[in-house]
Design a protein around this ligand. Sequence first.
Ligand code: TYM
Length: 338
Amino acid sequence: MQEPTAPQKQIIFSGIQPSGTPTLGNYIGAMRHWQRMQQDYRCIYCVVDLHTLTVRQSPAALRKQSLEMLALLLAVGLDPAQTVLFLQSHVSGHAELNWVLSCYTYMGELSRMTQFKEKSARHADNINAGLFAYPVLMAADILLYQAHLVPVGADQKQHVEICRDVALRFNGLYPGAFTVPEPYIAPNGARVYSLQDPAHKMSKSDAEDTYISLLDRPDVVRRKIKRAVTDSDGEIRYDPQTKPGVSNLLTILAALQGNSVADCAAALAGMGYGALKDAVAQTVVDTLSPMQARFDALMADKPYLEQVLAQGADQADRIARRTLEKVYKKVGLCPRPR
Ligand code: TYM
């Protein structure tokens, strides 16, 4: 009798820039989902070091942050025995597919990207071609692995959409080239806002007191949350329009406790903002402390981190090569004689 074959798992791809220590926003919007999805999907997660070159980096800091990012992903619970973890620059297929796709992406669609507009305003002295073409490299990342789903925070939705447009255009010309991916944006915590300016997303490129880093120790977490902006009406209620600061704190609490914002607000009804802030700070500390202990242990074991990177690069490279060979053939490039 024939053995029943296990159904193929869908493929997940996502990435994070090693441009600093990730924030609670990165964790709530993306990393915690990456961890959760490992069981049910074939997961491929990438530290996108090439993307960070669009903004000037200190070479020594970038090397350090790339390794720290890997250690943090492991500390969050990503398991190299079931998930592919690697650095983007270790798999040359990303840069190669990037070139091909850049010939199928229009200047007009790239110039509409919100992130390009924001980053070129912030780095007006360095509006380079890489910053403009950033979404093309991101499309290459995703399409190389024939990913079905891309778990990201809400700020990356536009980039996944342009990736879909490019994939559909390419498939229209060369049928069957790519799987067309869907964004996966969780309803809760897809956008965590700055603690000081809740109209803007929490970002590691802003001032220190506006975000919580995953490596902030308990006293720092408590201080930053105590100083978070709220409002003057004193009522704990989820209403992002009129109460953005309080709603942001409730979003953080709900995401980390695995509850709805409504339940969190109900549990704190009638209490003051001090109680809300204490609850948020305690929940954040309880989430980060075990992660930080694992991070410290991992950073003390460089050979292990390097082994994970070597294994991840080999696994990713094998998949990437298959797609790249297919794409090169479809567009008419001659195979290299062996
Ligand atoms: P990056 O490095 O800015 O952020 C990594 C992930 O964290 C999410 N995120 C947030 N979610 C909620 N609230 C926030 N305040 C917040 N800040 C960040 C981001 O949405 C993202 O999911 N371009 C990407 C990296 C990338 C990528 C890819 C992602 C490169 N190639 C391919 C997916 C697939 C970026 O800069 O993410």
